[in-house]
Write a protein that binds this ligand. Structure first.
Ligand SMILES: NC(=O)c1ccc[n+]([C@@H]2O[C@H](COP(=O)([O-])OP(=O)(O)OC[C@H]3O[C@@H](n4cnc5c(N)ncnc54)[C@H](O)[C@@H]3O)[C@@H](O)[C@H]2O)c1
Length: 417
């Protein structure tokens, strides 16, 4: 059994802390946000996700987890703080990782292991993390170990993926890698892939960058298909029957705080990254493209009312981080549109979220931006008499087009004339 101090009790740090606590370790969770600590002290989760509350209940019952505001001595320190994107510099903003490491320094002892789970650019463990932790007077590799264990779980299914996904574990030396692998094997049922810290840093970024580049390719195919008047969705489906082809889906842009951001962490210090940067540009320009198509549908209507269906960055979750819906709405408002929003998952956002009836009342066009299952199953006859303009633009290819068409709607889609 190890005593583990987890810094950062968000979407990643908290479930990780609870998994360790439920699998034989003593865990102290530390967060600089007082509200998070206070809520956890009452035995409640600060946010909702499938299975989290039960995991917290059982960790508390075992007396294996407590939330605190201050770091304390431990065998292992695990850092799971945010690594936001500095949009001005187009690089990773490491201020939270740096401050977390600084908080560890006074408590660092010989034999300790420090694990960084936060997404970080290549060489961060070898350079910044080492430099800060050595302010303790101890030497990395000789006195303490450091490794990077990137998190790749998907919101909405975090717990299952944390346990069953393979893990990449990269230490600054072999001892660091082995100690970290031994620790994670207490709850991870997937394979553990052991490597160096810099390779692990690179792998996480490569995975998300590869998705971003492939989505950009799908978005470019969709725009070419629009020019030729063919159905890109049908074309992709047929092309993907080839055993060595796997084209992703086009859409209104890329969101979430990984895929849209991680490519920049890879390019910040690289000379040869034009494909990655171009892909970012393509994906970032998709809200404009969707708006251009929507404007064609409502041409002739002065200051049209547009109803956005879905602002979460992906289907059936409430996560709006870096959602392309925000850019679409801002651009639409700039162009004089009145925007109303319906999202069955998101309760609070920077724009008001309405009920379905209120959102479609007086609307000239619905624009589907998220692939929530509810939109797949929605019967358009529910909306009769509420919308003066029967238009729907489906940027996710989710609605039942035949049904909407039969109900009198003018239906359009990305890459599908
Ligand atoms: N959420 C995901 O789906 C996901 C997936 C893969 C990787 N990641 C990466 O994991 C890391 C954490 O992401 P997250 O989604 O859990 O973030 P989050 O914003 O949900 O939570 C981070 C927490 O860290 C706390 N914090 C900030 N500085 C701190 C400090 N010095 N000491 C203690 N607590 C501190 C914040 O108050 C917050 O509660 C990021 O690098 C992210 O890129 C996230």
């Amino acid at each position: 059994m190890s005593k583990i101090c987890v810094l950062g009790l968000g979407y990643i740090g908290l479930p990780t802390a609870l998994l360790f606590a439920n699998n034989g370790h003593e865990v102290v969770g530390v967060d600089v946000n007082r509200r998070v600590v206070d809520i956890l002290k009452t035995g409640k989760m600060p946010f909702e996700e499938k299975g989290f509350q039960e995991l917290l209940d059982s960790a508390l019952e075992k007396k294996a987890f407590r939330a605190e505001s201050f770091v304390e001595e431990a065998d292992v320190f695990l850092v799971a703080v945010p690594t936001p994107f500095d949009s001005e510099m187009r690089m990773a903003d490491l201020k939270y990782v740096i401050s977390a490491c600084e908080m560890i320094v006074p408590h660092l002892r010989k034999g300790n292991l420090v694990i960084i789970e936060s997404t970080i650019p290549p060489k961060t463990c070898d350079r910044q993390v080492k430099q800060i932790l050595e302010n303790s007077g101890l030497k990395m590799c000789e006195d303490f170990c450091v490794s990077h264990c990137p998190e790749r779980a998907i919101p909405g299914n975090t717990l299952h993926e944390m346990v069953y996904n393979d893990r990449v574990i990269g230490g600054v030396n072999e001892k660091s890698t082995q100690l970290t692998a031994d620790l994670y094997s207490s709850f991870v049922k997937g394979d553990l892939h052991l490597t160096t810290s810099t390779t692990a840093e690179m792998i996480k970024l490569m995975e998300n960058t590869s998705r971003d580049v492939n989505i950009a390719l799908a978005n470019e195919f969709a725009q070419i298909a629009d020019d030729y008047g063919i159905n890109v969705w049908e074309a992709i489906e047929i092309a993907n029957k080839h055993p060595r082809v796997n084209i992703l889906k086009p859409g209104p842009g890329v969101g979430g705080h990984c895929i849209a951001i991680d490519p920049w962490f890879l390019t910040e210090n690289a000379n040869n990254s034009s494909l990655i940067m171009m892909s970012r540009q393509i994906n970032d320009s998709m809200p404009q493209y969707v708006l251009k198509m929507v404007k064609k549908m409502v041409a002739g209507i002065e200051n049209p009312t547009i109803t956005v269906f879905g602002v979460a960055y992906k289907g059936d979750i409430a996560d709006t981080r870096a959602t392309p819906a925000k850019k679409f709405i801002k651009l639409a408002e700039k162009e004089g549109c009145k925007v109303k929003i319906y999202d069955p998952f998101v309760r609070e956002w920077c724009y008001p979220i309405m009920g379905l009836e209120e959102a479609v009342e007086g609307s000239d066009c619905i624009v589907v931006l998220t692939d929530h299952s509810e939109f797949r199953e929605m019967d358009p006859r529910e909306l009769y008499g509420k919308m003066p303009g029967l238009n729907i633009f489906d940027s996710r290819n989710v609605i039942n087009e035949e049904l909407w068409g039969k109900a009198g709607f003018n239906v359009r889609n990305i890459g599908k004339k």
